[in-house]
Design a protein around this ligand. Sequence first.
Ligand code: ZN
Length: 236
Amino acid sequence: GEMSKKNEGTSAEKQTTVGETKTEKKLNTVSSYKYSYAGFNPQIINIDANSSLSSILLNGTHVLPEGYEPTLAEAVKGSGKYLDYRVAPYYQAMYDKALEDGIELTPVSGYRSYDLQVELFEDQIQLEIDNNGLDKTKATVAAATEVMIPGGSEHNAGLAMDICSLSESFEDTDEAAWLRENAADFGFILRYPKDAKSRAITKVIYEPWHYRFVGVEAAKDITAKGVTLEEYLNAN
Ligand code: ZN
């Protein structure tokens, strides 16, 4: 069950810090990714408490180590929604400033654990099997177009918040307009833009509600340039 999975993750980390070479670590980690049977062999990123938040790239090909658990803090006092403790104060500041402008940036979905991402992904695989009659491999490939593979979601790192709504029509609201105008000042970027070029790079649908923390400097730079995080990190 969940606990044994968690223990495996912990012991693997201990082993690597005790003595394996970096090459062995990488090969072991990649080959043990749970969904490699369907062709998913993502790079397991190195991340720890000192990692620069602007340089963390998570997507369908770059994932967190299994069992990664950030230190959390509540995004908005009393909301019950959490972000990495280094990010939460920026969200609270953004929330407070928006409120002064008559805008409520309700946090809808922040941190979710690696284990929960596994559950969501497994549920989607089962849906694809049940509804579309796919075999497990094809169902896994199909599931990944709907749900981010475990460890690849910025929510698993506590770096992203879904704000107000999970509907594309959110883009037409005053809240979405406020975010487009002001989020970078608080270190957040619109992570999955609407234009076709961006979508081809992120391989994720337009999500006007999903904002990712990268720090104020990077957020302003990324927003001014109109690039995706993938392009920004590869160019820097
Ligand atoms: Zn999201």
